[in-house]
Design a binder for this molecule. Structure first.
Ligand SMILES: C[C@H](N)C(=O)N[C@@H](CCCCN)C(=O)O
Length: 693
């Protein structure tokens, strides 16, 4: 240890008690998290609006990607521990990661396959394949380096620098959220820009390109610090040893299943013929915690839907905050903003206050409350969804058609549709009608079946006897023949002024467009050019603008983030404190694995439940989490906290003392001792915290 501490001191300058090398590590983490969360923020919208996938496919692929990002930490930990060491693993996998980000940026350049230059890619397969390869490389990179970077940072501190190491981890978490905050503000803004060589489209390539650049910066910063790091040699693969030991215990137990063999206290004791008693005791500690992890994925199932379902929900809402217009994907910034404010408030105010009130708010109790808060967040999301659903237009189902009747005359007309009562349609009015049969295409007015949050769709119908030209400052929509209609065109939401022209005469018509709306503008036969034409154009809403305000999502973000602080921050700390010294990485990988499983559960539940109403799906997820929370609280009640360091120290001492005795009574002494120690530690913990769970 002294030699290692000497190595650390020799390698890096010390500034205010901290090795300078950690500066490079936290900057690296900041840039890497910027890269990851920036790309993730716009991902679901890229699937929906660039690749033209529906909401369900976009959500499924999004969660498969997130799940993959949290499966690969196991791989990264194995490679680092048994082969390359943490430093080289971080370098190599960061290169893979940066290549993946570049592939994503290239996949979002529509001009590459837009040979007819109409603004849409001609070969979607190229874009899909390249983006999937990119996402795979990113998942490999980000997940692979995840367990290494934090642990590598921890390695820079000596045995007696506990306080500094703790501060480092707090700063590390703040950097994660700082990177996430900035990127979720910036990348949606970049995505909302228009770019392209032949035609201008939403700039997803820039939104992915900047995270790619940040990943390169992260790598360069990490390499610059190279000479200052303390690089621990790979210790051999503890994860492999753990698996082998468990495998041997199971095999040995099976071989000795006959009644003639005396039972042992714990099934892991069947490994003692071949494995070190300390290792067996450590595995028992790890297994106890891993058992407790079983219900945890359900929390992540809800938590990670911020980036998918909640972002898609925001696209059906109004993001106008007065001077500020918020993009749907920017709503995710509420999470890191709240993390940066809630973590200090919880640590310095709420937890001490709870303690003062005589309540023992143990880590497992905090995690239980965190789960309940996440369930409340989903109830809030369901309530918001119910409000949104009330405002959504009624679209025709697959067996129906929509017909719109437009009276272009100056008097009311009576309309009789087959199988329906006669109705009176006033002049310059539209009557939307959903019919239970298909309408022959050329008999129907074409209807735009989807809206885009960022654009407004509109068309003009000319009720005059002369042809009219319609244009805005940005575009010319051409000549519309008498009693004919233009194609739908797109325009950004906000105020627009149209110039209507016939020969040398013109007039202007201005209107405001809301988010996600669609309009038909009807030019009356009474329009007089040269005068104000504001009263001679009727705007008919095909699709109403989004009217439910995005601010209504804030309560659900508040509850999910408060849940995250209680669950995630506490869970990380719990995993670290309850892990034996040599298995901290194993438990970290186990903790991250629960995130992966949580994201797979989204796919399974959404696929199996196939709930048509989104609000009902939110309620289902909330109910599942409450049920899982009850199970978790029962499991947590029976969990006894331990101090692994003390147990290990006492264990090592006892092994020396009782070695001879252990040989004659296999499997008893150490089990008894671990039990005793655990009870002792539990007593100590109880003294400090006065409760069990
Ligand atoms: C940005 C977010 N609030 C955060 O802190 N994320 C952490 C933990 C993620 C856990 C699973 N989604 C991170 O390391 O990115």
């Amino acid at each position: 240890q002294e030699w290692e501490d000497g190595q650390r001191k020799g390698k890096s300058k010390v500034v205010c008690g901290y090795p300078l090398s950690i500066f490079f590590i936290v900057v690296n983490e900041f840039c890497e998290r910027f890269s990851y969360y920036g790309m993730r923020a716009v991902l679901v919208l890229y699937f929906k609006y660039f690749l033209r996938w529906d909401d369900d496919l976009a959500t499924s692929i999004y969660h498969t990607f997130v799940a993959l990002c949290y499966l690969t930490p196991i791989l990264g930990a194995i490679v680092a521990d048994s082969w390359l060491g943490k430093f080289k693993t971080i370098i190599y996998l960061s290169i893979v990661y940066a290549v993946g980000q570049v592939a994503m940026a290239v996949s979002a350049i529509h001009d590459i396959t837009d040979s007819d230059r109409d603004g849409t890619p001609d070969s979607m397969t190229f874009h899909i394949v390249l983006s999937m390869v990119g996402l795979f490389l990113i998942a490999l990179g980000t997940g692979g380096i995840k367990p290494c970077v934090a642990a590598f940072g921890g390695d820079q501190f000596g045995e007696h620098q506990d306080r500094q190491r703790r501060t480092f981890f707090s700063v590390f978490y703040l950097c994660i959220n700082g990177g996430s905050l900035l990127s979720t503000i910036i990348t949606p803004v970049l995505r909302a820009q228009e770019c392209g060589i032949y035609s201008k489209q939403k700039c997803y390539s820039l939104a992915f390109g900047v995270p790619a650049a940040l990943m390169v910066v992260a790598l360069v910063v990490f390499i610059i610090g190279s000479g200052m790091y303390y690089k621990a040699e790979p210790q051999g693969n503890i994860m492999l040893d753990v698996c082998k030991c468990i495998g041997f215990a199971i095999k040995n137990r099976y071989r000795h299943r006959s009644k003639q063999y005396p039972k042992r206290q714990h099934w892991m004791d069947w490994a003692e013929e071949k494995y070190d008693k300390l290792l067996i005791a450590q595995i028992k500690m790890v297994l106890k915690v891993l058992f407790l992890y079983i219900p945890l994925p359900m929390f992540w199932t809800l938590f990670d839907q911020k980036g998918s379902r909640w972002t898609l929900q925001a696209t059906t809402m109004d993001g106008n905050f007065g001077a500020l217009v918020i993009q749907p994907d920017q709503m995710q910034t509420v999470n890191p903003i709240l993390i940066l404010t809630l973590v200090p408030i919880m640590d310095s105010l709420i937890y001490p206050l709870i303690k003062k009130c005589g309540l023992n708010f143990t880590p497992l109790k905090r995690m239980t409350v965190g789960m309940l808060l996440a369930a409340i967040a989903f109830v809030c999301a369901a309530l918001v969804q119910i409000q949104i659903d009330k405002t959504l237009p009624t679209f025709p189902s697959t067996s129906q058609s929509q017909l719109k009747l437009l009276n272009m005359g100056s008097n009311s007309v009576t309309v009789k549709l087959p199988g329906n009562d006669a109705l009176i349609l006033p002049a310059a009015q539209v009557y939307p009608f959903i019919n239970n049969s298909e309408i022959v295409e050329n008999q129907a007015i074409t209807f735009v079946g989807f809206t885009d949050y960022f654009l407004v769709y509109f068309r003009f119908v000319n009720g005059m006897k002369t042809a009219v030209n319609v244009s805005t400052a940005a575009a010319d929509f051409g000549l519309i023949e008498p009693f004919y209609y233009s194609n739908y065109s797109q325009i950004k939401n906000g105020k627009a002024t149209f110039t209507l022209r016939s020969g040398s005469q013109s007039c202007e018509y201005s209107t405001n467009f809301g988010f996600g709306s669609s309009y038909t503008f009807f030019i009356h036969s009474t329009l007089v050019f040269g005068s104000n034409c504001q009263d001679s154009v009727t705007a008919v809403e095909d699709i109403k603008p989004n009217s439910v305000h995005m601010a209504l999502q804030i309560p659900q973000y508040f509850f999910i983030t408060a849940g995250e602080v209680m669950f995630s921050v506490t869970g990380l700390e719990f995993s670290y404190s309850q892990a034996p010294s040599n298995m901290k990485a194993v438990l970290q990988a186990g903790w991250l694995f629960t995130v992966a499983i949580g994201n797979f559960i989204v796919l399974i539940v959404a696929e199996l439940a196939k709930i048509p109403k989104q609000w009902a799906e939110y309620v289902l997820f909330a109910s599942l989490l409450v049920a899982v929370c009850v199970i978790f609280s029962i499991m947590a009640y029976f969990y006894t906290y331990i101090d692994p360091t003390e147990i290990e120290a006492q264990f090592k001492k006892k092994i020396n003392e009782d070695d001879e005795d252990d040989k004659s009574k296999p499997g008893k002494a150490e089990v008894e001792m671990v039990k005793r120690d655990s009870i002792k530690c539990h007593d100590e913990y109880d003294k400090a915290t006065q409760t069990k769970m």
